[in-house]
Design a protein around this ligand. Structure first.
Ligand SMILES: C[S@@+](CC[C@H](N)C(=O)[O-])C[C@H]1O[C@@H](n2cnc3c(N)ncnc32)[C@H](O)[C@@H]1O
Length: 266
């Protein structure tokens, strides 16, 4: 790909989690170093590509569920990623959406593509600092905090180690939401994984700002504390309300679930 101007200032020898994800989804917003890292992982594990593709599919099914079944008309999408096919504001095409990411490249690109879209705001913010996100004027003033909000933490919590307070930050965000709000989460897992694959994947992310920290089912479930899980609960990604042919679950290394935040959690 020819380097667009927004790549200026970015070290092209370093991978980024957002660009690698884009490369795995066959997007155009990635560099040779990202494609090489994805190819190296794909050569070692059959999980990576189908898992990445399914993660994006699960995100879309979850947003559709939240808009069409749960009636959610505003979304806070943290760890939004580079704009690629099937964006949240395109699926929920009458909803307000705030996209948050801590990668300046994602922010620059999203702003360039979505400038002037009234229903959308783009915020540079770090999930590890939830209070800063909640206090940002494009979050605080743009969303209606007296009405339900769909909080999306899709494919992002596995970039945050326990030591960075990942469980606390999720509770903090959930606690800020109005009655009837939901949290949608997908998370990469180590369950069923060959540990050698894990090491090989981690090596490919070594120069990235955001590096993966996969978790087991038992470690992911507590993110839904104080929530009622929407059926079918927290399950392998392919089993979360599939709407067509899906790959075999043994090739998919993510869990996904949506929780309705219980009243009184605010
Ligand atoms: C795998 S992509 C997921 C994109 C999108 N949510 C999806 O599921 O299709 C992960 C995104 O999370 C972002 N990210 C990682 N750690 C983050 C953090 N601490 N705060 C905000 N964003 C983060 C990365 O920059 C990247 O864009």
């Amino acid at each position: 790909m020819s380097q667009p101007s927004w790549v200026k200032g970015v070290d092209p020898t370093k991978v980024s989690a957002a660009r690698m994800y884009d490369a795995a989804l066959d997007g155009v917003n990635n560099l040779a170093v990202d494609r090489a890292a994805v190819a190296a992982i794909t050569a070692i594990t059959p999980y990576y590509l189908p898992t990445t593709i399914e993660n994006r599919n699960v995100l879309q099914r979850m947003v559709r569920y939240l808009r069409e079944q749960a009636g959610i008309t505003q979304f806070l999408d943290i760890g939004a990623g580079l704009p690629t096919r099937g964006q949240v504001h395109e699926i929920a095409d009458d909803a307000k959406v705030v996209y948050v990411d801590n990668d300046p490249e994602v922010i620059a690109h999203a702003r360039a593509l979505m400038a002037g879209t009234d229903r959308v705001r783009i915020v540079e913010g770090d999930a590890r600092r939830p209070d800063d996100i909640l206090a940002h004027r494009d979050v605080k003033d743009f969303l209606d905090w007296t009405s339900p909000i769909g909080l999306l933490l899709v494919g992002v919590l596995h970039f945050i180690p326990d030591d960075d307070g990942v469980y606390d930050l999720v509770e903090r965000l959930k606690a800020a939401l109005g009655p009837g709000s939901y949290v949608a989460i997908t998370h990469g897992t180590t369950d069923g994984f060959d540990l050698a694959w894990n090491t090989a994947i981690a090596q490919q992310y070594e120069s990235a700002q955001n590096r993966p920290h996969m978790r087991s089912y038992e470690e992911i479930e507590p993110f839904f504390a104080n929530c009622d899980l929407v059926p079918p609960g927290l399950v392998n990604g392919v089993r979360w309300r599939p709407d067509g042919d899906t790959p075999p679950p043994e090739h998919i290394g993510i869990y996904g679930g949506i929780g309705r935040i219980q009243p009184g959690q605010r």
